[in-house]
Design a binder for this molecule. Structure first.
Ligand SMILES: CC(C)(COP(=O)(O)OP(=O)(O)OC[C@H]1O[C@@H](n2cnc3c(N)ncnc32)[C@H](O)[C@@H]1OP(=O)(O)O)[C@@H](O)C(=O)NCCC(=O)NCCS
Length: 287
């Protein structure tokens, strides 16, 4: 039996005729108790008012510069940097990427900042975006907002015509796997460079060494071609060396090189390391 004899905690009893709203954290349910003394007795009424939760939405921060400092503080709670440095980084958000999305609940005076995620282009993969700095404010974790943040981020990326989200994580691979992300191979995140450097230039810097050789060869060939054409209608003379004879027909052609092998990896074992040598998981999701 509780303090008041009717099974209700005292702090839930409204001794005035005004209803008391409980302190429930769940914005969808507001419970309050009411006491009637009309017949001399104490009656308990539990009102459960189911309300629509205040709408959660994601907005690019460049559309909400008033949120730069609060968002910097939110992100800094997880990954410490000076506030000025973080604000500076957030200020790079623009429609041409990177885009910093903020997860908000409600509007106007009741608006709450719940989370953040940053999207940038992926070098060499025009249909992909790289998502990073995914964070939900400490007080709001474990309530489904992380899932909502990722869903809103995916929806935003889709609305911009992208088909895949890529990411890395040190320790949240199970969270992402739960949301449909699969283990993947590294890609190159263009980061804030995309705002300044054309994608064509980024592509040149991101080629694999083997591709680089052929690019250099092509570039040299183009340079040669340019020089040749600089003199007007130059006619190339035939090469002064003779071609080697064709191989005898009896020699079988060598088999094509095997396809690149994807290294063994699981959600608890990764072959990849970050710049500090720490294990890192590459993941992606087709959206
Ligand atoms: C990771 C983070 C964004 C998750 O947000 P959250 O609000 O706590 O997560 P949610 O409550 O939305 O969880 C969504 C689902 O994922 C599951 N989940 C959450 N964290 C998980 C974890 N570490 N491992 C496995 N599953 C997890 C939940 O059980 C929930 O499942 P359900 O929807 O089927 O019930 C949040 O914990 C956070 O900000 N962490 C610190 C920053 C960080 O590490 N970011 C990731 C960088 S890669």
């Amino acid at each position: 039996m509780s303090e008041n004899g009717v099974g209700l905690p005292l702090d839930r009893i409204n001794l005035s005729s005004e209803p008391v709203t409980s302190t429930s954290d769940d914005p969808r349910r507001q419970n309050f108790y009411e006491v009637s003394t009309l017949d001399g007795g104490v009656k308990e009424k539990l009102h459960v008012v189911s309300e629509q939760p205040a709408k959660v939405h994601a907005v690019p921060i460049h559309q909400r510069p008033d949120l730069l400092v609060p968002c910097a503080d939110l992100v800094n709670c997880e990954w410490q940097r000076s506030q000025a440095a973080r604000v500076h980084s957030l200020q790079k958000s623009c429609s041409e990427f990177p885009v910093n999305l903020v997860l908000l609940q409600g509007r106007g005076e009741t608006e709450r900042l719940l989370g953040h995620a940053r999207l940038s282009r992926v070098v060499g993969h025009s249909g992909s975006l790289f998502v990073e700095s995914v964070v939900v404010s400490v007080a709001e974790r474990g309530k489904g907002y992380g899932r909502t943040l990722m869903e809103k981020t995916e929806r935003y990326a889709r609305s911009r015509g992208f088909k895949r989200l890529c990411l890395t994580t040190h320790d949240k691979q199970h969270f992402y796997a739960h949301l449909g992300y699969v283990l993947s191979t590294p890609v190159q995140n263009a980061g804030a460079m995309t705002a300044f450097i054309p994608m064509e230039t980024l592509l040149r810097f991101s080629r694999m060494p083997s591709e680089e050789t052929s690019v250099q060869t092509q570039t040299k060939m183009h340079a040669q071609g340019d020089r040749d054409s600089g003199g007007g209608c130059a006619v190339r003379s035939p090469p002064s060396f003779s071609l080697p004879p064709p191989p005898p027909l009896s020699i079988p052609t060598p088999p094509p090189p095997p396809p690149p092998t994807i290294p063994f990896q699981t959600l608890t074992e990764t072959p990849y390391r970050d710049a500090k040598g720490l294990p890192i998981y590459w993941m992606h999701k087709d959206i």
